[in-house]
Design a binder for this molecule. Structure first.
Ligand SMILES: Nc1ncnc2c1ncn2[C@@H]1O[C@H](COP(=O)(O)OP(=O)(O)OP(=O)(O)O)[C@@H](O)[C@H]1O
Length: 483
């Protein structure tokens, strides 16, 4: 397991003249438990600390750095660099900045991706508010320079909600409202906030990114969102595979159950997401900017994660109606979406399209390859798919011509509809295979709906267990956060 980050820590009990500075080595995805209990990885002697005080996680961030996340288990809360943080409410994030990374808040150029972030040795000191540069204050939020990610429309930064003096950490999605944006684009930009507000009504859902507030000035729209500190599902799948493992069937089922529960919540409100994906050959724009936003995030690091569906920028209300406006990532579009994309008079419907994308995602989780976007990969090695995706993101040599021909072959495979189920991966999971093929039904009228999928044999066979873990890992923490 490769080293991800080093934390320099001063023991509070040895503060003063002979203060000892020690180094905690954090490895990817292996939490370090800190507390008085002798079984902790880092044992404290101070009686002010709890038996199990907190744990630290390191995960690779999308921009090639590393996020250190601190989870408070203590009874009385944590004190960090002199600041008291509320018990059970605190998540500390430090995004390590590569020297090449730009740090201005609205810098449109995304950071250069570091190919193997896990191998990069970095020195991290514990983050304090004074270590962050505050770039802007908006209403009762402070936006920092720590970039969490970016997409074609938005830049997302770490921010703090200073109401009640809690300094709760949130994500701030900033979208530039340029005068050059056409009326319909402006509507689309603002629609994301409107849809998220609507989804929050009645309590929201643990698998849907929660909106806290929006603020708009002449130049920018700021959307303040629940912070996800676990990275994204694509990174989770690929880092698991890089360690020569795949997500096991049970974990894939738990993640799929959440995805379907989140989608059911959306579809019951007639909202379609229309851009669900975990990796994929990015649209040309993303190749140019060398950045690929991911829309399924992990609420916190660690195995059997709680997933959060994010980026409602392309979501559509009343999605039972057909639309000409096809959107999303080509490799996650269903055949009727591809047909509508290329033929002016054809329309498609958003909800069956989400179900198709969910089928693609389940396929990837089970075998580590994309069912259609598999051109330069051999199915023998699913890791190839990840490298292929990364290479296409990095490649600046991709010409428009090359891109167009790759995309047109990809569309051909989706329209053709034949899917290869490698026996090595699929023989042992016949019920998962059945669910994938019902979601990847080329005929959208016969395609499994979210309800059908939730009633599939694969899910029903372990429904009680899934519900129990869903309550413990998703619902209870979600309700706790609301309090
Ligand atoms: N709530 C959040 N917590 C942590 N990181 C986030 C959050 N929301 C977004 N991000 C990060 O920012 C990236 C870009 O966000 P998002 O996908 O919403 O931008 P976008 O410009 O709307 O994307 P697209 O190009 O798909 O339209 C995400 O991939 C993720 O890495």
């Amino acid at each position: 397991m490769s080293i991800c980050a080093k934390l320099i820590i001063s023991r509070p009990e040895s503060a003063g003249h002979n203060a000892r500075r020690e180094v905690i080595v954090l490895r990817i995805d292996k939490p370090v438990l800190i507390g008085r209990h002798p079984d902790c990885d880092y044992v404290l002697t101070s009686t002010y600390s709890s038996s199990l005080h907190c744990s630290l996680f390191a995960i690779p961030s999308q921009n090639g750095g590393c996020i250190v996340s601190c989870h408070d288990h203590s009874r009385n809360g944590l004190k960090l660099n002199g600041y008291r943080l509320l018990a059970h409410k605190f998540t500390c994030v430090h995004v390590w900045k590569d020297r090449r990374e730009k740090i201005e808040l609205f810098d449109p150029t995304p950071p250069v991706e570091v190919s193997r972030p896990a191998r990069t040795k970095v020195r991290l000191s514990f983050v304090s508010r004074s270590a962050l540069t505050i770039v802007q204050e908006v209403a009762h939020f402070i936006i920092s320079n720590q970039k969490l990610g970016s997409g074609s429309f938005a830049t997302v930064h770490l921010a703090f909600d200073r109401s009640n003096h809690s300094y709760k950490q949130v994500a701030c999605k900033t979208i530039r409202l340029t005068s050059r944006k056409k009326g319909c684009e402006m509507d689309q930009v603002c629609r994301e906030a409107v849809i998220l507000e609507e989804l929050k009504q009645g309590g929201g859902h643990p698998n849907i990114n929660r909106i806290f507030a929006t603020h708009r000035d002449d130049e920018f729209l700021f959307i303040f969102l629940q912070l996800c500190t676990g990275g994204d599902l694509f990174t989770y799948i690929t880092t698991t595979m890089e360690r020569n493992r795949r997500i096991c069937e049970a974990e894939a089922k738990f993640i799929m159950f959440q995805l379907l529960s989140g989608l059911k919540f959306l579809h019951d409100k007639a909202v379609a997401h229309r851009d669900l994906k975990v990796g994929g050959i990015p649209p040309r724009l993303h190749v140019l900017t060398n950045s690929q936003p991911e829309n399924i995030l992990l609420h916190a690091p660690g195995p059997y994660p709680r997933i959060v569906i994010a980026d409602f920028g392309l979501a559509r209300p009343r999605s039972y109606q057909e639309t000409f406006n096809v959107c999303g990532t080509v490799s996650y579009l269903p055949p009727e979406g591809i047909a509508a994309l290329d033929t002016d008079h054809l329309k498609y419907i958003g909800m069956p399209s989400d179900c198709w994308s969910a089928g693609v995602i389940l396929y990837i989780m089970i075998c580590g390859s994309h069912p259609f976007d598999n051109e330069s990969t051999s199915f023998d090695s699913s890791l190839n798919w990840c490298s292929h995706i990364r290479a296409s993101r990095d490649s600046e040599s991709q010409t428009s011509e090359h891109y167009r021909s790759t995309e047109s072959r990809l569309k051909g495979r989706i329209l053709d509809g034949s899917i290869e189920y490698q026996p090595y991966y699929w023989q042992k999971v016949p019920n998962a295979k059945q669910l994938v093929s019902s979601l990847l039904n080329p005929n959208y009228a016969q395609r499994a709906t979210v309800n059908d999928a939730l009633h599939s044999v694969w899910i029903l066979s372990e429904l009680q267990l899934l519900k129990m873990h869903f309550k413990q890992r998703c619902v209870d923490p979600f309700l706790n956060d609301l309090r």
